[in-house]
Design a protein around this ligand. Sequence first.
Ligand SMILES: O=C(O)CCC(=O)C(=O)O
Length: 256
Amino acid sequence: MRASLIQIGVNEDESVEARRRRVASLVREQAGADLVVLPELWTTGAFAYESFEAEAEPLEGPTYEAMAKAASDAGVWLHAGSIPELDPAGLYNTSLVFSPSGELAAAYRKIHRFGFDKGEAVLMSAGTEVVTARLPSTTLGLATCYDLRFPELFRRLVDADAEMFVVPAGWPERRRSHWTLLAQARAIENQSYVVACGTAGTHARVPQAGHSIVVDPWGEVLAEAGADEEILTVDLDPAKVATTREQFPALKDRVL
Ligand SMILES: O=C(O)CCC(=O)C(=O)O
């Protein structure tokens, strides 16, 4: 299984519409991959709080349309990162997964909102559903950025048969060591792949970590990007989850 992580930068000089077109074309260029992954809130930038409401869109809005088409043009499973989703119930940080025919396979509303008493934590509503997406060769478990700090979500995803966590993010450079360490921890403790795609550059004056990372179920880092825009391509063997869980059956020793 070949995965391509598109680590783009959110440059405020580029309009949302132009970025959408650029990202769609990058997705199309990944034809031949099995899974393509984008970062969190790449239309606005995860820290561009003042843009969330202005750029919010209904679930089936312009980003959905463009990404559904890009997935089917490329013939890939596409985790399209997340959008600021405007719903009558509130504003959500919602990840979208499309099948190679451009059908929506899953939508996940970020459960843990970042910012403590400001930013996303006050502007957005919290999701409540644990979401997986079944692919022919594996089951994806969906989590977004700050969720990476909450191991109980990943256990719930494993209980729902997830074998590969896909984590779009806009993680800041300041806490980059947490990003790589937590990605490895989530992989090791759940004997699962972690495919985590971050953002490059700086937006809203917050330098981004980049360093998108793919970790195997043994905790080995298979590939890691640098800080700049980059497409990180890696070959994964989904069967490695079952062999790791059989050969070192720690998950079977769970008590709680
Ligand atoms: O947990 C962190 O350090 C970063 C989280 C974050 O930036 C986010 O969830 O948008």
